[in-house]
Design a protein around this ligand. Sequence first.
Ligand code: ZN
Length: 445
Amino acid sequence: MTTSEPVLTAAQTEAVERAIDALWPKAVDLLQRMVATNSVNPLFPGIAREAVIGGETQVTGMLAEFLSGFGLDSHAVAPDPERVNRVSVLKGAGGGRSLLINGHVDTVAPFKSELWSTGSPWNAEIRDGRLYGLGSTDMKSGLVSAALAAAALASAGIRLKGELQIHAVVGEETMSHAFGTSAVLEAGYVAEGGIVVEPTSQPVPLTVSPVGAGNFNLHIEVQGLASHGGNRGPSIRAGGGGMAVGVNAVEKAILVVQALQQLEQEWGTTKVHPAFPAGFFTLCPAVLHGDAGVPSVGYLADRATIGYLVWYPPQNTAAEIRAEIEAQVRRAAEMDPWLRQHPPVLRWDSNWPVSDTDPEHPLVRSLVRARADVLGAPPAGLADTAAFNACCDAAFIEQKGIPSVIFGPGDLRCAHSMNEFVNLSEVADAARILARSAARWCGVA
Ligand SMILES: [Zn+2]
């Protein structure tokens, strides 16, 4: 952007700062109430819908109610009536660019509930400037930063030219964007730019991330030939009858894992992207199960399944990644007499697309400059943007033709784990940055 980019005057900046300070106790109370509400995604593996349904709706309601106190209109979008998304709209004066800020209210299932230092994943306790609880980092705090920014602009009497929308959505943790982010966009709540307030903590807190990785969930099924455990020797030793006697699917699966480890090693040098840390793109065999249909070691297993999480870079299409992995599995199968006749079957369960906005895009720049105003320049040697080391709904916002960037408080390394927390100072800093960025992007009347 040029110097014509609208910036708050010193007096307006001062007024926003004062409003953020004044509203801070209410923002912390809102965050505590949101974190204390169980809003586990009802489609999360292992979760019974009836045990958690309604939590997401309560949390989007809390956020919308807070914002309605500052004159924002609230709109519900609910393809599933028991999972209500809420859009809060701060009307613009006209003549500026519109902005949406998106955050999800669902969480993953709690990890080792009984071992949390706070006694429960939903005890939203504050200790030493940290607020603990499931969803604190991922990502109720991001939504509270956005709400605080909008509330501070409104109560400081600053009128944006473009409209500012806050999308509190359901379903992100299971890629159910058709119930959440995409449903809201399809209902007509769109803008000229989008910010997703996921925790962008790497390489430094509150990193501006115009790029996110793509991923695949892949299951590979490997067949064996069940047999009595006593046939192990004859099935593998010289002169024993070989695979006519029995074939252990567990070990055939390991051959596939080894082949994909080799491909992963190659990716360390063939798949590089300037915004990602070296070696980020990987193929992780996260689940391995094999047996003969009974939970006993007394058999040679006739089936094995390997579950993979695959991370791939923005420069590759999903089709290219699939083709590469399929070719590698095929090569491994050709090397083995049994797998040659019984090729592993690949089941591509889901593909989370990449998000990829140009770091020089004016939306990204507005956030980079706002961040520099509040926190100063990034440490020496670091670029002013870096990739988000995961995937998020920014991908689905971009699919609707809306350039988007990821930026928010919290630490990705404690997301989806025990004792998740957020540093409250980051929540306030994120609000300061989002308010300034909105002013730069939307313009000030
Ligand atoms: Zn998240």
